[in-house]
Design a protein around this ligand. Structure first.
Ligand SMILES: Cc1cc2nc3c(=O)[nH]c(=O)nc-3n(C[C@H](O)[C@H](O)[C@H](O)COP(=O)(O)OP(=O)(O)OC[C@H]3O[C@@H](n4cnc5c(N)ncnc54)[C@H](O)[C@@H]3O)c2cc1C
Length: 688
């Protein structure tokens, strides 16, 4: 059989790559051993028929949840059969590529108990949870409240006589809602409820609540449970997001997680040593999301880069000469500068996300190590950082997945790209684990405190907020300008970082001044809400700054012979990594140019040379684009994409997939006799 032009195009593109793809893969995934382990885990899933994805496009929510449960239980079995750890579990979820009812068991139920339970509570709940003798979810959100935790309406009232809590949904809107795993699968939940002791409200605390009988899975009397129904874009359709209403449901006092806050047998409440100690599990979930965004966005750009390499449209000359392939053919669309300038910055962002995901996870581990020895020094910063990065990274990753679809033109809208499903899975990340807009207030609040520290104790400003020191001398700061003189100056990481630091410092001081002034103007007092837009700006600006900083540092470390071998890369890889790092930094500046211009930090000429530099880096990546996405190492099973498969055989695969449409099993469709024929014949026979 003659090889398709599609396949030839992708194979040819691979001959032009200037670096060793395996070396880059090892860099991205933190070394060869991790790469091997990830492949091993993905194969485990790919070879198990319950995870077959062929009919997913046709499943309705009801059937999908049933499938989700079958997949969940098999996943649990595989975890136990192969004695896999949490990281492997996360890789299995990655390979499965859908959110399953069981996901929050390992993702939230176990971590919340482990981080907020006493040793006794951990000993009681974690061993059965690890053996899946109980399966748990995380129940915080209610029909009437989500973001505003302090106003949750579910109550836990201490009943001294019986040493129990009475969990109650005090109104219709107190029903727990959206809870993943609750609708059908879970036997237990960690539930957020406001505690009342002798009529006094002590705020929201966490309880382990048994939901369903371990004998027949029926909900216990006093709990009404169900599934909330199908979701947007058919996303999360295998997930049983559920509701629960508690009617004076009793649980033992010891079911309140008491590592930090405690309630004694006598009903005496002891508050935690630090009000934010319970934030550890939230930091974990948000940190994990950043790594997940790296995996999601990199998958989307893998599919689009491969497809755009084999897609040909018009016969226009482009600066990238592909006439060596076949002079008679139309132009590969990936050679159009417009396409490259939409696509390649997203490849760079994916690389930046890989780095940010690893650094954020290291920060989380450092935080937990500190907390376990009573050191809470890093808590506020890591919590703010994970909030800011969660908001920023999920925002641009979701936008990037959708942009990847649009890049692929008409075929991009087919389910068989794999991207529609990916988008539906990714899009709610902008909302769960904290709404992306509300969340930015965390970083803003943190920076406002840092501004005060900078003004009073400059030595004590934390490293990531050091840029605030630049703004202490207001008049010098307002006169400072960017030092770029020649176009190549833009490639200097110090100049890039200086620009981000200047912007962050300015936005932080502007916010601090506005908040302070708001308090003094009695005629026109400003509330905190009036500053929300500025909070969003500074939070995202700070996230962009640290992402640029971390990527720059990772590339610098990669060429340092003293760095651990897992984080090193060969010179050819480093050359392209430097381009990506530059593109990531400069494209981020270009996208937010107004922030760098409005106080005169950049001149008009600098803006123009910046744009030219971005274009030039983009063009320089043309030969490496396919290699850069191959390096993500996403196998075909994971991509589940007709257009983005490794061999590039896009048209053939799209054709084959369409043949699997159930409508095509019959020559004459259902409904012909009932609807079509009567219409065609309504005004008599028409003879052809
Ligand atoms: C797919 C999915 C899965 C979920 N899984 C779970 C789960 O397993 N367990 C669980 O407990 N929850 C879960 N949730 C709920 C989720 O965590 C909340 O929906 C989320 O935190 C947002 O809160 P909210 O719904 O109260 O939004 P709201 O706060 O009502 O937001 C509505 C709008 O108001 C804006 N807004 C709100 N407050 C402010 C403010 N102060 N300033 C400015 N703007 C504001 C928001 O930006 C948003 O635009 C899930 C949600 C989804 C979509």
């Amino acid at each position: 059989m003659v090889e398709s032009q599609n396949k030839r195009d992708l194979a040819h593109a691979r001959t032009k790559i200037n670096f060793d793809v395996t070396d880059m893969t090892n860099f991205l995934h933190g070394g060869e051993a991790n790469v091997e382990q990830r492949r091993y885990i993905i194969d485990l899933i790919a070879n198990d028929p319950v995870f077959n994805k062929d009919d997913w496009g046709w499943l309705n929510h009801t059937d999908a949840v049933k499938r989700g449960i079958a997949m969940s239980t098999r996943l649990a079995e595989i975890k136990m059969e192969h004695d896999l750890n949490d990281l492997d579990f996360a890789t299995m979820m990655e390979a499965i590529d859908d959110t399953l009812p069981i996901v929050l068991h390992n993702g939230a139920f176990i971590p919340v108990i482990t981080s907020q339970g006493t040793e006794e509570q951990i000993d009681k709940w974690i061993p059965p949870a690890e053996k899946f003798q109980i399966i748990g979810c995380y129940a915080q959100t209610e029909l009437g409240h989500g973001s505003n935790l302090s106003q949750l309406e579910t109550t836990a009232t201490f009943v001294k006589e019986t040493d129990e809590w009475e969990i109650n949904s005090t109104s219709f809107t107190a029903a727990k809602w959206w809870i993943g795993g609750l609708g059908a699968l879970c036997t237990h939940a960690v539930v957020q409820a406001r505690i009342f002791i002798e009529g006094k409200d002590y705020g929201a605390h966490v309880f382990v609540v048994p939901l369903r009988s371990l004998d027949d899975h029926k909900p216990f009397p006093g709990i009404e449970i169900g599934d909330i129904g199908p979701k947007a874009y058919n996303g999360f359709n295998k997930m049983d997001n559920g509701f629960a209403r508690f009617n004076k449901y009793r649980i033992p006092r010891e079911n309140m997680l008491m590592r930090f806050s405690k309630v004694s047998r006598e009903g005496v409440y002891t508050k935690p040593p630090h009000s934010k100690l319970a934030y550890g599990s939230m930091v974990l979930l948000r940190s994990v999301l950043i790594k997940q965004m790296a995996l999601y966005l990199s998958r989307a750009v893998t599919v689009s880069t491969r497809y755009l390499t084999v897609r040909r449209q018009f016969n226009n000359p482009t600066s990238r000469n592909d006439s060596d392939l076949n002079p008679g053919l139309e132009t590969q669309v990936i050679n159009y500068p417009m396409v490259q300038n939409r696509l390649f910055p997203m490849i760079a962002q994916s690389y930046a996300l890989f780095v940010a995901g690893s650094v954020m996870m290291e920060m989380y581990i450092g935080l937990m190590t500190g907390l376990s020895s009573g050191n809470i020094g890093a808590l506020a910063e890591v919590h703010a950082m994970s909030s800011a990065l969660k908001s920023y990274c999920t925002t641009f990753a979701v936008a990037g997945v959708e942009e990847s679809r649009k890049l692929m033109g008409g075929h991009g809208f087919s389910y068989f790209t794999g991207i529609a499903h990916l988008f539906a899975s990714t899009v709610p990340s902008n909302t769960y684990e904290g709404d992306n807009y509300v969340l930015t207030q965390q970083m803003a609040r943190y920076l406002l405190k840092e501004v005060k520290t900078a003004r009073t104790n400059p030595d004590q400003v934390t490293p990531y907020s050091k840029y605030l020191l630049l703004g202490l001398n207001k008049s010098a700061f307002s006169r400072s300008t960017c030092s770029v003189a020649l176009p190549e100056d833009w490639l200097n990481p110090a100049i890039q970082l200086a620009a981000f630091e200047h912007r962050c410092a300015r936005l932080a001081y502007e916010l601090a001044d506005a908040v302070e002034q708001g308090g003094f103007d009695a005629a026109n007092p400003k509330t905190w809400s009036d500053h929300n837009i500025e909070c969003y700006r500074i939070s995202h600006a700070h996230a962009q700054y640290v992402m640029v900083l971390w990527f720059t540092q990772a590339v610098r470390d990669a060429k340092n012979p003293e760095t651990d071998v897992e984080r090193r890369a060969e010179p050819a890889s480093i050359k392209v990594l430097e381009r990506l790092s530059n593109l990531h930094a400069l494209h981020t500046i270009q996208t937010n140019l107004a922030d760098f211009v409005e106080d005169g930090y950049f001149s008009p000429a600098q803006c123009q040379s910046l744009r030219a530099q971005v274009k030039s880096i983009v063009a320089s990546l043309a030969d490496d684009a396919v290699g850069l996405v191959d390096a993500f190492d996403h196998p075909d099973f994971l991509l589940n994409s007709a257009l983005g498969a490794t061999d590039g055989d896009a048209y053939q695969r799209l054709w084959d997939k369409a043949q699997s449409e159930p409508l095509n099993r019959r020559q004459v469709c259902d409904g012909y006799e009932e609807y079509i024929r009567p219409l065609l014949k309504k005004h008599g026979e028409f003879k052809l």
